[in-house]
Design a protein around this ligand. Sequence first.
Ligand code: XLS
Ligand code: NI
Ligand code: NI
Length: 439
Amino acid sequence: MGDKEYFKGILKIAFEGKASDNPLAFKYYNPDQVVAGKTMREHFKFAIAYWHSFCGQGSDPFGAGTQNFPWDQSNDPVQAAKDKADAAFEFISKMGFDYFCFHDYDLIQEGSSLVESEKRLAAITDYIKTKQDASSIKLLWGTANCFSNPRYMNGAATNPDFDVVAYAGAQVKMALDATMKLNGENYVFWGGREGYISLLNTDMGREQDHMARFLTMAKDYARSQGFTGTFFIEPKPMEPSKHQYDFDAATSIGFLQKYGLQDDFKLNIEVNHATLAQHTFEHELTVAANDNMLGSIDANRGDYQNGWDTDQFPNNIEETARAMMVFLKAGGLQGGGVNFDAKIRRNSTDLEDLFHAHIGGADTFARGLLVADKVLNDPAFSSIVNGRYASFDSGNGSAFEQGKLSLSDLFDVATSNTDAIKARSGKQEYLENILNNHI
Ligand code: XLS
Ligand code: NI
Ligand code: NI
């Protein structure tokens, strides 16, 4: 069991620093380096995404997969799943990461019935549990794939057919069981088909009520089984549905608050989902952080010219540095970590490419964190930002913040103010220069 080496010739990836010319080494991600009071390892809790790295063969709407994974050769589903787990654990160990994330049917191929699927999940989670015990590799979150099978073409929890809703419920129960068995720290809901294609045939209000009911049942079940982790909603505006109900952070928070789910659920913010919603990554993180809902991150990036979820590995240092400023100000993530929900390109067909991709991603986050820490500690930067709001720190501005003024009071303040209103510069270009100078 598990004595086959899949990534031959690649040793454990070490931190060698910026001067190293070894392509298979970290230049900036030093797991033990302390930044803003925590090690990088603790800040990030890097996770690999089982689906992209070990399942996705690189097919697209125009052609079949291009990858020929050596762990995907057996015709026996349980053996194939074990081989995949061996490859995944070897890869995670060699990367020096601590976590992975999965969809139920990434772990093992779905069976022809729920009962058969449950058996298969039991077999593979037994196997993975022994691999976890023999290593220190943990599960950041689990989730259920309730979007690929044709039965979910009209949605899962929001399907207009109750039989499908019940089927999705059974699947989520099994995925929760698998997550709890592997000591998952969190559980994710990404509602790929929880939305609509046409409003002509959709009762949006009723579907959203159903989704809330479903999430409440899932939460109640997991809590009754002793699960103490956090549930995450992963917002995305569209794709595969035309319009997804968890459109963005603001929409998802409004939904959770409306249905009283805000204490058990937080958000998993994905970079490319933010940009698909016409937001920046830092915007989505800020919206979540403002409501104490910043739970986890799906790290990737989009393509500036393409309007879909290209899920490329993060490599934009400025984008990541701005995001890490929000991250540090928020005090990090509520229970989650940084999951590389990213895939190598279809024509990146060497097994080694998976290492280059994750090394680059980890180094990008590390550089972003280092830059963000320097910017936030730069007095030139903080004095400008804090100074902008100084008029609320005392006097009438402070009374306004405390709710002690009425609209008539504002009238009195404004009319008794004889000084002309001063132009106060926002200093944007100067702040942008400070940020760039720290990169
Ligand atoms: C798809 C999502 C998906 C979730 C997990 O766009 O990012 O991969 O992270 O279901
Ligand atoms: Ni994701
Ligand atoms: Ni995505």
